[in-house]
Design a protein around this ligand. Structure first.
Ligand code: 3PG
Length: 219
């Protein structure tokens, strides 16, 4: 099976919906709305009891979506996520255990970092993309903008506190290929089965593609 690089995955769309889901039965309707809205990549967080069941169902029934496993905190979770069909892993922070666990099962990792020192140490370990989390609380847009000059080799996927209104501003930064966020399909939206609302927000997020190029040329 072909393994996509994190670089490639982050280039597949401007926004990666971060999913926290409590009901397995809502998985496919959710993914269908996202796919219809042009979303190609999602991150299902390992924060609910049914997360692995949801991932298994999505990877079996909707293999066309690039499924990531989020909130990976240890190597065991990396192994389980790979077993149920995750194509990549995302961690809020990073430990050796997480890095080794993902390598062992050949699960590409988007490792979490919140400081410059963490980013330097990850890039020394061979990572050229990191998740900046929690993006707003840990420094916001100005922080990420400040990284462009000293670390031009590093691409950042900010997540945590980003909204439909602020996403274009993040995407205007040349070191931000995509952002992550739960605003497209929140836990409540999914529980309420608001799939038409999710579709609208997915379309809006997809439409940010290209728009960020225009913004970038102005900064
Ligand atoms: C994450 O897991 O990356 C964040 O919880 C998503 O943050 P948000 O809910 O603020 O978008």
């Amino acid at each position: 099976m072909r393994v996509l690089s994190i670089k490639k995955i982050l280039e597949l769309g401007p926004v990666i919906p971060v999913i926290v889901i409590d009901e397995v039965e809502n998985s496919l309707a959710l993914v269908d709305a996202l796919l219809e809205g042009g979303i190609k990549v999602i991150e299902v967080t390992l924060r609910t009891k049914v997360a692995l069941l949801v991932m298994e169902k999505i990877s079996r029934c909707r293999p066309e979506i690039i499924l990531g496993a989020g909130t990976i905190l240890n190597s065991e979770q990396a192994r389980r996520a790979k077993d149920v069909g995750a194509k990549f892993g995302v961690s809020p922070g990073t430990s050796e255990d997480i890095i080794i666990g993902c390598k062992k099962v050949n699960l590409p990792l988007l490792p979490g970092a919140a400081t410059v020192s963490e980013m330097i140490s990850l890039s020394k370990k061979g990572f050229s993309e990191v998740k900046f989390f929690p993006a707003v609380a840990a420094g916001g847009i100005e922080f990420v903008k400040s990284l462009i000059s000293p670390m031009p080799f590093l691409k950042i996927c900010p997540t945590g506190g980003i909204t439909a209104v602020t996403a274009p501003k993040w995407l205007a930064l040349s070191n931000v290929p995509s952002v992550g966020g739960s605003w497209i399909a929140s836990k409540d939206d999914i529980s309420r089965q608001d799939f038409s609302g999710i579709l609208i927000r997915a379309k809006e997020a997809t439409a940010l593609s290209g728009f960020e190029q225009v913004l970038r040329s102005q900064t």
